[in-house]
Design a protein around this ligand. Structure first.
Ligand code: PLP
Length: 446
């Protein structure tokens, strides 16, 4: 194996440092202490960084003349404790299921600040949303519009809705593409005229207040041009619909997708750059089209929690294939972080118990699931790795725990929050006994 000096360490986020024991420290807490106290795999969240990111968003839009809402997209990571924390941060919340809504309500999150998304909301979920008096439903399709109409009429209850538009603009990292006909399971598409029909129909319904439009154009976006293009398109259509049937664009929700740093290859824009460009475009098109300035809503997920999360693993077995590579296996993998297997997502990591070393070697980090595709990181340079070392994989706060599974009956890891040198167990580790809570022994009559 090549050994080399002077590895460039990953750029650490937030309050992550290396202490005098050469251990990774997160939020003032030694990660080796955390691994030993709570066992591994372990998700560790730097909650000060979560609050900092929320404040950056709020601050970035604070100069806007009209109201703005920053709605945390809780699909990125949800927990009772996180929802309780968010409730104190005066932000809104985007939920996409009855389950997320249930947890948010249980946490005491103010329901009028909850927005409900999803392309297949069930009748039951819509009833739950109406009963909880949530702030708005983002309507995705005609079936849902019908169900909301029936339910609101039956219960004589008003509800605010945004109409989700598939704008024919898709943004990925540094570029965006425009397509005439948008082939997506989400929302009403513009090109076929369904979006116009949906807005017109929704406006005619007695208990439904159409407050605006929504579009989400992608993830890990490092450019502002995609947002600018979608704003232009939605505002032009709003103008047309205003002239045709008095549509009033009170709210323009441009979704989430703001990019973060997973590895040193990623260079995310400061949040204020997105905000400046979004506000500038909205103002420009309002003026050009003679529309009232709408409220601006955004739905960041990964950019709030992604870099705040670190996953700690214990190193187990190793296997060297001469002249090929060295596999280092850890005690988690695709069950706690499906993104590398699902999207070929890239991460980086360090040995939490010996960050700096004189020499580094290249290894590939394998998960423990019974799948060849369960590889967390290819070709990571680490100090000499030994069984029992702790590997910290960085920027795992988004779509890790929330996409975790029990594949191979691996219990879901615990989640710990750290801040100011204190640690707090937010979600306990699953136990084998938890599996039994759902199981029934076979009945002798069956
Ligand atoms: N809003 C919607 C409608 C989404 O589908 C998503 C992610 O899939 C988000 C917001 C959050 O995106 P991100 O976590 O990339 O900010």
């Amino acid at each position: 194996m090549d050994q080399f000096k002077n590895k460039q360490l990953p750029e650490f986020s937030g309050n992550t440092t290396i202490n005098d024991k050469n251990h990774l420290e997160i939020g003032g807490v030694d990660s080796v202490y955390l691994a030993e106290k709570y066992s591994t795999p372990l998700y560790v969240y730097d909650t000060a960084l979560i609050k900092e990111r929320l404040n950056e968003f709020k601050e970035a839009f604070s100069s806007y003349e009209k109201e703005t809402q920053v709605a945390y997209a809780s699909k990125a990571f949800s927990s009772l404790a996180l929802y309780q924390m968010l409730a104190k941060e005066s932000v809104s919340l985007d939920v996409v299921s009855g389950g997320e809504l249930f947890l948010a309500v249980k946490a005491g999150f103010p329901s009028e600040k909850i927005h409900f998304h999803g392309n297949n909301k069930s009748h039951q979920e819509l009833v739950e949303a109406l009963n909880a008096d949530i702030g708005c439903i983002v309507v995705d399709n005609f079936t849902e519009l019908d169900m909301i109409n029936q339910l609101t009429t039956l219960h004589q209850k008003r509800i605010n809705v945004l109409i989700r538009i598939t704008p024919g603009i898709e943004a990925h990292t540094h570029e965006y593409i425009t397509t005439g006909q948008e082939d997506s399971k989400f929302g009403f598409d513009l090109a076929s005229g369904q979006a116009k029909e949906a807005v017109k129909e929704a406006q005619s319904l007695k208990y439904i207040d159409v407050i605006g439009l929504h579009a989400h154009i992608g993830s890990q976006i490092f450019e502002t041009t995609g947002y600018e293009a979608v704003i232009e398109r939605l505002m032009q259509h709003s103008k047309e619909w205003q002239d045709l049937f008095n549509f009033d664009l009170k709210v323009l929700n441009v979704g989430g997708g703001f990019g973060i740093r997973y590895t040193n290859e990623d260079a995310p824009l400061p949040i204020k750059d997105y905000a400046i460009s979004i506000m500038r475009s909205v103002k420009q098109y309002s003026k050009e089209l003679g529309l009232e300035l709408p409220e601006i809503w955004v739905e960041p997920g990964r950019s709030i929690v992604g870099e705040a999360g670190t996953t700690l693993y214990t190193v187990g077995t190793q296997k060297t294939i001469p002249e090929v590579r060295k596999y280092v296996s850890v005690d988690g993998g695709m069950a706690d972080n499906i993104r590398p297997a699902l999207y070929d997502a890239k991460y980086t990591g360090v040995l939490a118990n010996k960050v700096y070393a004189q020499y580094y070697t290249k290894v590939s980090i394998a998960g423990k699931a019974c799948e060849s595709g369960d590889m967390l990181i290819w070709d990571l340079s680490l100090p000499e790795v030994e069984q029992g070392d702790y590997l910290a994989v960085l920027s795992t706060g988004a779509y890790g725990y929330s996409m975790a599974s029990n594949y191979n009956r691996l219990p879901r890891p615990a989640v710990v929050f750290v801040e100011d040198g204190k640690d707090f167990l937010a979600i306990r580790r699953e136990r084998y006994e938890d599996f039994l809570n759902l199981e029934q022994s076979v009945d002798s009559k069956y």
